[in-house]
Structure formats: structure tokens, C-alpha cells
Design a protein around this ligand. Structure first.
Ligand SMILES: [Zn+2]
Length: 55
């Protein structure tokens, strides 16, 4: 495995988006971080679906 591979999709990374190959993979990595942080069982709810109720 190349050290210059994107950790998300294993494609060659781009300097502009290091250590990823694209903004998309950077976002995927970020989403993983948030996913682990929340660590909730089951699929995460979309923000629109957890509205605080009628106002
Ligand atoms: Zn990638």
C-alpha cells in the first residue's frame, strides 16, 4: 500500500486535499469522526427529523 494513498478510497492523494484525494473523501473522514463521537445505536437521525417541536 502506498503511503501516498488516500485513507478513504486508496486513490493517490492530491496535495490540495492532503491527506485525502478530494474534498469528498475529506468530508467522509469528517463524517466518520462525528459518527464515532455521537456513538448512538441505530442510524443517526437527520437534524430535520429532530425538530424541537412546534414553536
Ligand atoms: Zn479518496
Amino acid at each position: 500500500m502506498s503511503r501516498n494513498a488516500c485513507p478513504i478510497c486508496k486513490k493517490p492523494r492530491q496535495a490540495d486535499h492532503a491527506p485525502f484525494c478530494s474534498p469528498r473523501c475529506r468530508d467522509v473522514d469528517l463524517a466518520r469522526w462525528f459518527g464515532e463521537d455521537y456513538a448512538v445505536p441505530g442510524p443517526p437521525a437527520a437534524p430535520e427529523e429532530v425538530a424541537p417541536g412546534e414553536d
